[in-house]
Design a protein around this ligand. Structure first.
Ligand code: SAH
Length: 250
């Protein structure tokens, strides 16, 4: 079924994906993740505030994927690390951390394979001891949970990476010809964040909510825009409208 697969997945598709590890404590996990990625042809590794990197342990555990470690980008902030991505998927060992679109790995991989045709994609993994913060999960368009046993739901970090990159590879192999047509480019994470900030600014100007007690308003607004996978033109329409209202207010 997957005959000659080496030739059929384009490098461009594989290149549009990055695996982001946030706050990794054990360098061995970074090395093992690099190996898991290279096995599936995904080479872009991004580290956000790793505790120890570069590291001999990481290099040892990466086996023949040392190049993935050498090419890895290091950031101090997740927001910055994913700012150029149109699709950001966060992973969580717990089913529902905050109410957000939640997929299993296969569903997530299908989203990735559709998006990677024309967009940059990031899959974000959390810290070994406490995963991703709610704020970090809030930067994501959707969340993915590997349906593990609820009695012991937390996988080793690199094994969670392996499952995701494997499913992505399978989805690529199955849907190479899927052509997700859209007339306008999707907004990237930075553009969406600017839109959400702009809406918040306007809401504060018209005293739409009590800034001392916003309750879940901002989370809901944020979830709406992330879930809708808004495109650049739509972003411009909203921001244009907000700016016009702000001008009239003056
Ligand atoms: N105690 C932490 C566990 C983190 S496990 C928590 O409850 O969040 C470290 C990382 O591995 C997670 O942040 C996630 O990126 C990944 N991971 C582990 N198990 C997972 C699962 N069942 N589904 C999705 N990701 C998982």
């Amino acid at each position: 079924m997957y005959m000659d697969e080496k030739k059929v997945i384009s490098e461009e598709l594989l290149n549009s994906i990055k695996i982001v590890l946030v706050g990794t404590t054990h360098p061995g996990n970074i090395g093992a993740a690099a190996r898991a990625m290279k096995n599936m042809g995904i080479l872009n590794l991004v580290l956000v505030e790793p505790k120890e990197f570069p590291s001999d342990v990481a290099t040892y555990r990466s086996k023949a994927a040392k190049d993935v470690l050498e090419m890895a980008d290091v950031f101090s902030d997740l927001k910055e690390a994913v700012s150029d991505c149109e699709l950001v998927i966060g992973t969580s060992a717990r089913g529902r951390t905050i109410p957000w679109p939640l997929l299993n790995p296969k569903e997530a991989a299908n989203e990735v394979s559709n998006a990677a045709v024309s967009n940059k994609v990031a899959i974000v993994f959390g810290r070994e001891d406490r995963g991703l913060t709610n704020e970090e999960l809030g930067l994501c368009n959707m969340h993915v949970h590997i349906p593990s046993d609820p009695e012991y739901s937390s996988l080793n970090l690199s094994q969670a990476v392996q499952i995701l990159v494997y499913e992505i590879r399978v989805a690529f192999l199955e849907e190479q010809n899927a052509d997700d047509y859209w007339d306008v480019d999707l907004a990237n994470n930075e553009q969406t964040e600017l839109l959400i900030n702009h809406m918040d600014e306007l809401m504060q100007q018209v005293e739409f909510y009590d800034v001392d007690n916003p309750r879940k308003l901002l989370l809901r607004v944020r979830r709406f825009f992330k879930r809708s996978r808004i495109d650049v033109m739509e972003t411009n329409i909203f921001r244009g409208l907000f700016a016009t209202i702000q001008k009239k207010l003056k």
